[in-house]
Design a binder for this molecule. Structure first.
Ligand code: ADP
Ligand code: MG
Length: 632
């Protein structure tokens, strides 16, 4: 074959600088593109010769001394006509087409995973060489060289084995791609599950001094000899994709052990997942994958998930939120959609009907898994609940369809450690509470208030996760139950009050007005309101309650960084049947009465939360004074 020179495309001059700039942050994809081209070539060869016992493989060789990365495959190879067609025309026209399509799109709008393929080599190389020999009858080896991605030289080559080797001479600015660890990491990430074995071979320089030493130390004993020779010994090619793509296997044939091991390998953890969903459909779209529910790693109900998106076993990216519903990002897993149009911008994906269907399907499968567990393995499901509830709740608030599917499987954990659904809670406690659900946001600090409900045999549910404050309001609004209300253990004293006649109520209100003055002065809390009522338990002098809605509002404000502190608008409920209260109500003005009022207030406060530092000091001093008075 006579040497040929040529220009790749008249427009290529314009493409190169722009592509280089655009792809800046995603440069490492060139490795994936080179390896996947090798795999494709092998797949094609296998189709031509299905029974060929060839040891098919792609080998990536790092030769840092030569400044080269080489991608070798024993696939179909290319004839000179094919190089002209597929490399000079197709590969480069692909790049040109890409440019036309996304002209004007800003970099952030590009997914960074388009089929730029072969051309991506020029992002990092200042010289690209193809050595190829086609398996076709009488084919001659071809060498193709391009230094700039714009012009090329093609000549007769000397390759003797069928297949292709692409050599990238890495440019000065991109030396990081000659670093062994960097290249291995990229290979593992992108090529870890490819269908063809991919090997990584690092050519190590043999230090010259060592080599000399070796020849002169022949009479050293065996042990020290091997020790000294060790660093120079080549390791040999290392298999990159040693873990099989479990998601492609028929779910019926996968064992729990396999799912676990796969999870450990892929996510580099020793933890076991709680359970998993294996997605496997061919129609109406091709989607395979495994989603794992991980254990919670901290108390805050938040966690970082990780969902790896593959396209035909080739890794594309982590956590592409356009394809995977955002709330599912709390899970860990792999999703493989070979037909996904990934070579497009993200804004396109967002509006794509196909992607929407995919995402809806994934959500439905996850919901199916939850309802399935709830219906058939309630006990197990309950043991998972502490770990999965933030995810499920978040999902409900984000996705109405998901909520619709899982709403009957939502559990509430009681302070006694039982797990009940909303309807189970209501049917058990409705006689005493109506459509009210009593909850605690902090079982330790609110323990005294919880005890009051325990005495009435009323369940208190624990809502102490970060998400719960929002979730309460969401459920009240969305559960479709009229008058459904969540009330914290200290939200009111209704459950503990005796029935009162209208007349009694009126009298109490009158008296409460004067007592409010006394208590606001004695406690130095000018926002305090006093209410008089007869509590069922005469021994309980007072309760401090805080209106549910107002409190939630101010808590929301705190979460969202409101700068001013809302005043604690509390109501002190005084038990008119209690002798201490009666003594304060009917007592004379004076120090003793003030001290008693303040003491009652603190005692009530202590059942809703522990006192703060200064409050404790005041409480102790006052207690001492009251005891002194008793002694007189
Ligand atoms: P794509 O892989 O999407 O077709 P590429 O730009 O990656 O686009 O490659 C262009 C074409 O070049 C391929 O379709 C293939 O025909 C040819 N090619 C590239 N690399 C190889 C290879 N290692 N062996 C055989 N053919 C190859
Ligand atoms: Mg390709």
């Amino acid at each position: 074959m006579a040497e040929q020179k040529g220009n790749i495309s008249i427009h290529a001059q314009n493409i190169m600088p722009i592509i280089k700039r655009w792809l800046y942050s995603d440069k490492d994809i060139f490795i994936r593109e080179m390896v996947s081209n090798g795999c494709d070539a092998i797949t094609k060869e296998k189709m031509l010769l299905p029974d060929d016992p060839c040891d098919y493989r792609v080998t990536v060789t790092l030769d840092a001394k030569a400044g080269e990365l080489r991608f070798n495959d024993n696939g179909i190879g290319m004839t000179d006509e094919e190089v002209k067609k597929y490399i000079n025309q197709v590969a480069f026209s692909g790049a040109e087409e890409f440019l036309k399509k996304y002209e004007g799109d800003n970099k952030g709008g590009i997914i960074g995973h388009f089929g730029l393929g072969f051309y991506s080599a020029f992002m990092v190389a200042d010289k690209v060489t193809i050595h190829t020999l086609s398996g076709a009858k009488d084919a001659q080896p071809v060498r193709w060289i391009s230094e700039d991605g714009m012009s090329f030289i093609m000549e007769a080559g000397d390759r003797t084995e069928r297949g292709t080797e692409i050599t990238l001479h890495i440019s000065e600015e991109e030396k990081e791609f000659l670093d062994e660890y960097r290249v291995r990491e990229i290979l593992k990430r992108y090529c870890g599950f490819m269908a063809t074995p991919v090997y990584f071979d690092v050519i190590k320089e043999v230090p010259e001094v060592k080599a000399e030493e070796e020849t002169t130390t022949e009479n050293k004993d065996e042990e020290s000899k091997t020790e000294e020779a060790a660093p120079a010994e080549p390791k040999g090619p290392e298999l990159i994709n040693s873990t099989a793509a479990l998601w492609l296997k028929n779910p019926k044939e996968c064992t729990p052990e396999e799912y676990k091991t796969f999870y450990h390998d892929v996510f580099h953890t020793y933890e076991d997942p709680l359970f998993y969903v294996h997605l496997n459909v061919d129609y109406p779209f091709n989607l395979k994958g495994i989603l794992y529910f991980p254990k919670l790693t901290n108390d805050f109900g938040t966690r970082e998930g990780e969902i790896k998106l593959f396209s035909g076993q080739v890794f594309v990216a982590d956590n592409i939120k356009e394809v995977i519903p955002e709330f599912l990002m709390l899970l860990k897993g792999v999703i493989d959609c070979p037909d996904l149009p990934l070579n497009v911008s993200r804004s396109f994906l967002q509006n794509d009907g196909y992607v929407k269907k995919l995402s809806a399907y994934i959500t439905r499968k996850v919901a199916d898994k939850l309802t399935g567990l709830f219906n058939t393995e309630r006990e197990n499901y309950q043991t998972y609940w502490d770990d999965i509830h933030p995810f499920v709740k978040y999902g409900c608030m984000r996705d109405a369809k998901f909520f619709e599917q899982v709403k009957d499987t939502l559990l509430f954990k009681t302070t006694k450690g039982n797990y009940v659904t909303l309807s189970e809670y209501l049917s058990k406690n409705e006689g005493k509470l109506g459509k009210k659900v009593v909850y605690t946001s902090d079982p330790t600090r609110q323990t005294a208030s919880i005890t009051l409900y325990d005495a009435e045999d009323i369940d208190v549910v624990v809502m102490d996760a970060l998400i719960d404050l929002n979730f309460l309001s969401f459920i009240e609004y969305s559960a479709g139950i009229d008058d459904l209300k969540f009330a914290r253990v200290d939200a009111d004293s209704d459950t503990f009050s005796k029935e009162e006649t209208e007349e009694e109520k009126k009298q109490s209100e009158e008296k409460a007005k004067t007592l409010t003055e006394l208590f606001t002065a004695a406690t130095a809390n000018k926002d305090l309101t006093v209410k008089l009522t007869a509590l069922k338990d005469a021994s309980l002098p007072a309760m401090l309650v805080q209106d549910e809605q107002g409190r939630r509002f101010s808590e929301m404000g705190k979460i969202y960084g409101q700068s001013f502190q809302m005043p604690e608008r509390c109501t002190l409920v005084l038990n008119t049947d209690n002798s201490i209260v009666q003594s304060v109500m009917n007592g004379e003005d004076g120090e003793k009465r003030n001290l008693m009022a303040a003491q009652l207030y603190d005692l009530a406060r202590m059942s809703t939360r522990p006192l703060e530092k200064e409050e404790v000091t005041a409480f102790l001093n006052r207690s001492n004074k009251l005891l002194e008075m008793l002694c007189k």
